[in-house]
Design a protein around this ligand. Structure first.
Ligand code: ADP
Ligand code: ASP
Ligand code: MG
Length: 411
């Protein structure tokens, strides 16, 4: 007998038929003698529609009320899933964030889970009841509903698995595993049997939306075995048909590069004619950090006259205007010219094998050069190389790199 958390994403609960199919999978796990806690997302499209309602009332809506509206999507699915399980003769009960309770921070719209009290759920799981939790939501210390951001049901599922000390967290979605790149862009992408927490963390934060970044962080920290699998086929989680996200030591294959990711969520800001003196970077990035703008890739040009220099960096696209406004107001940057562009994409190559293999970057740069794709900014870490390019070349770059590193038909 195993204790499992099974999470079903939006497309996997998009209509009643799919909810029924998901309930069949849960029922099969129960038949095999497993204890199951289910986490559900809102039905596909519902979260977008709810967000649009908020924006239609007021583009500067109150974040607390946004959370109250958006959390309703998951509430509907949790109730429906509990009913579908009851129809199959399974004792099932739905749980909203406040009922568990899942305590989270009060950063509305981007809250973090602080604590989950598993006692009542554990008692019920032991009696054979299936707990169906509404994903993405929790309750703050002051008693308000808060949500964890887009894709946050993944984080609810992993956090719940950690709190329950579950044997595995199954993330059912519309693809049958984690691929070497987004299979929607490269149909020949290979499914990975397993991927390390470190690589998955880089892939998620660099654009692979299959798992929310925070869910991977949490799985890594709490050592929760996570499986990404399809909700469409006949297999269930316990058949282990998907991709396992596990500790590096448990990975058998040793590919140098395991994934190519892309993100269109960045904007590029260039500051021209900055004084080339000590402290200039602090003058730029200090005010941005105070304004809560995360800066990612950075380059500073060498000054040719010893007096003035240029600096380019990226920020989340949604924060670009705010970042520009903050910099324009900066007394220290008077005389500098600030240019911003959203016509960029970040393409990254990820693999733990890079730690011990040279030449990965060179291969990337020459492959992009061969296609006439200009690299605007580069950043690296131990296991990834990212480049910023013009957005129009996103798909060409992803396909080219996927091919150059031999990621099709990987075994
Ligand atoms: P859910 O609604 O189930 O949470 P998401 O849309 O959030 O599903 O995540 C699944 C999607 O992630 C897939 O449909 C796929 O297009 C995308 N994706 C991006 N990169 C990858 C990757 N490397 N492997 C698998 N899927 C990926
Ligand atoms: N329904 C929410 C969203 O679309 C949360 C989730 O599905 O994880 O972002
Ligand atoms: Mg998702």
């Amino acid at each position: 007998m195993a204790k499992l958390v099974a999470k079903f994403g939006g497309t996997s609960v998009a209509d009643i038929e799919r909810i029924e199919r998901a309930a069949d999978k849960v029922a099969k796990e129960v038949e095999r003698g497993n204890q199951v806690a289910v986490v559900v997302s809102a039905m596909s499209g519902v979260t977008n529609a709810l967000i649009e309602h908020c924006s239609n009332v007021d583009s500067l809506y109150d974040a607390r009320e946004y959370d109250s509206v958006v959390a309703s999507g998951e509430q509907v699915t949790a109730g429906l899933m509990a009913m579908a399980l009851q129809k199959r003769g399974i004792a099932a009960r739905s749980w909203l964030g406040w009922q568990v309770p899942i305590i989270c921070s009060d950063v509305h719209g981007k809250a973090r889970i602080l604590e989950i009290n598993p006692d009542e759920l554990n008692k019920r799981l032991e009696k054979g009841e299936v707990a169906v939790l509404a994903g993405v939501q929790g309750i703050t210390h002051s008693g308000r509903i808060a949500t964890l951001g887009r894709g946050g049901s993944d984080t609810t599922a992993v956090a719940l698995a950690a709190a329950l000390d579950a044997d595995r967290c199954d993330i059912y979605t519309d693809v049958d595993g984690v691929y070497t790149t987004d299979p929607r862009i490269v149909p020949g992408a290979s499914k990975l049997k397993a991927v390390s927490y470190e690589e998955m963390l880089e892939m998620a934060s660099l654009g692979a939306k299959v798992l929310q970044t925070r869910s991977v962080e949490m799985a890594f920290k709490r050592e929760v075995p996570v499986q990404v699998l399809s909700s469409f086929g006949d297999a269930i989680g316990s058949d282990l048909p998907g991709t396992m996200v596990v500790k590096e030591e448990e990975i058998m294959e040793d590919h140098v590069v395991n994934g190519i990711t892309y993100s269109r969520d960045d904007a590029k800001i260039t500051i021209l004619n900055l004084d080339d003196v000590p402290g200039v970077a602090a003058k730029v990035f200090g005010p941005l950090s105070k304004a809560n703008v995360n800066v990612d890739m950075i380059i500073q040009d060498i000054s040719t006259d010893g007096k003035l220099t240029d600096m380019t960096f990226t920020v989340p696209r949604g924060d670009a205007q705010r970042a520009k406004d903050v910099l324009l107001k900066c007394e220290d940057l008077k005389g500098a010219k600030i240019i911003s562009s959203t016509d960029v994409a970040k393409i990254s190559v990820v693999g733990i094998g890079m730690r011990s293999h040279a030449g990965v970057a060179q291969k990337m740069f020459s492959a992009l050069a061969d296609k006439g794709i200009n690299i605007q900014v580069i950043s690296t870490s131990e296991i990834k190389i990212s480049v910023l390019i013009a957005e129009e070349y996103t798909e060409l770059a992803v396909r080219t790199l996927h091919n150059v590193y031999g990621l099709e038909h990987l075994s």
